[in-house]
Write a protein that binds this ligand. Structure first.
Ligand code: MEV
Length: 308
């Protein structure tokens, strides 16, 4: 018999601190969970045979989930529920979030992880939840590395290598970040394909860039563990230039990183797939002057402190 949905479940958002794109090629990456990612609540519909409903007003999602639906959110949601042997009709699911959608902050992973937990329970085995999340993530992103699902499920700071269990990283102190939305939408699939094309066409150039990103990840993790924010900032800024060399930055992201650095950030880079989405800056405490400088450019930045 199909189990009922739990009444609530949640998942984190994520910021990739270092290693995006390179992680697709087996290089480690380090990412942090953003608390308050997505909270889902479920209640049974009066008509238990009615199609499932999914409403997340902050993401303009208001869907009736039908098996033959072409909408990627509907298809991904049904993939996850089916994979978990959960119900695919007779329930209404509502979501609350402070994460922007499609901004490189792990909104789709938060959705697929929280949906899996609505069936399996909030405390279900992490690997099982991640596996279920990936069935939905493939609908959105083709063949994702899995880093987004790992962080959405685990939270905290993790070092991730494709195909391996994520390892927790213990920050030596609070990690103050500013998340800077470009408000330019982008497609992860297209950005990953762009890098793949470069690696195929110019392996002697692209491979060393990926190796240099691996160096940034190693140095960055050590800096996080020692709470050396100046060094972390330095490698984040270098990593931004390396990602630019791979073709995934855009002038707007370059400009937002420069604004943050000129206003006192210790370093800044794009985060996630690039081509739009968000940049992140590691900042001294307080972050006020950096947030104000961005505000003068019409950008509402978000301050987040990753706790040790
Ligand atoms: C997307 O959040 C991160 C990328 O590295 C793609 C992936 O890891 O699947 C760009």
């Amino acid at each position: 018999m199909t189990p009922p949905l739990r009444s609530r479940a949640s998942a984190c958002g994520k910021v990739i601190l270092l290693g995006e794109h390179a992680v697709v090629y087996g290089i480690p990456a380090v990412a942090a969970g953003l608390p308050g990612g997505l909270e889902l609540r479920a209640r049974p519909l009066a008509d238990r045979g009615a199609p499932m409903e999914l409403s997340i007003p902050a993401w303009d999602v208001d869907l009736v989930l039908r098996i033959d639906d072409d909408h990627s959110v509907a298809r991904a949601a049904l993939e996850v529920l089916t994979h978990c042997d959960g119900p695919v009709q007779g329930w209404r699911i509502e979501g609350e979030t402070s994460l922007p959608a499609r901004a490189g902050l792990g909104s789709s992973a938060a959705l697929t992880v929280a949906l899996a937990r609505l069936v399996l329970g909030q405390d279900a085995d992490l690997d099982t939840v991640v596996e279920a999340s990936l069935t939905g993530e493939r609908v959105f992103h083709g063949e994702p590395s899995g880093i987004d699902s790992q962080v959405a499920a685990r939270g905290g700071v993790v070092r991730f290598v494709r195909g391996e269990a994520a390892q927790p990283v213990r920050p030596g102190g609070p990690l103050p970040l500013v998340v800077i939305p470009s408000r330019i939408p982008r497609s992860t699939v297209d950005q990953v394909a762009r890098v793949r094309q470069l690696v195929t066409d110019q392996p002697r150039i692209a491979r060393p860039v990926l190796e240099a990103i691996a160096g940034c990840v190693d140095v960055g993790i050590s800096a996080i563990e020692r709470n050396n924010l100046a060094e972390l900032g330095e490698v984040m800024s270098i990593c931004h230039e390396l990602l630019s060399a791979l073709g995934v930055s855009i002038p707007r992201l370059d400009a937002l990183c420069s604004t943050a650095r000129e206003a006192g950030a210790l370093g800044a880079k794009l985060t996630g797939a690039g081509g739009g989405g968000c940049a992140i800056a590691v900042v001294p405490d307080p972050a006020g002057p950096i947030v104000s400088a961005l505000e003068r450019e019409g950008v509402a930045a978000l301050t987040v402190t990753v706790a040790p």
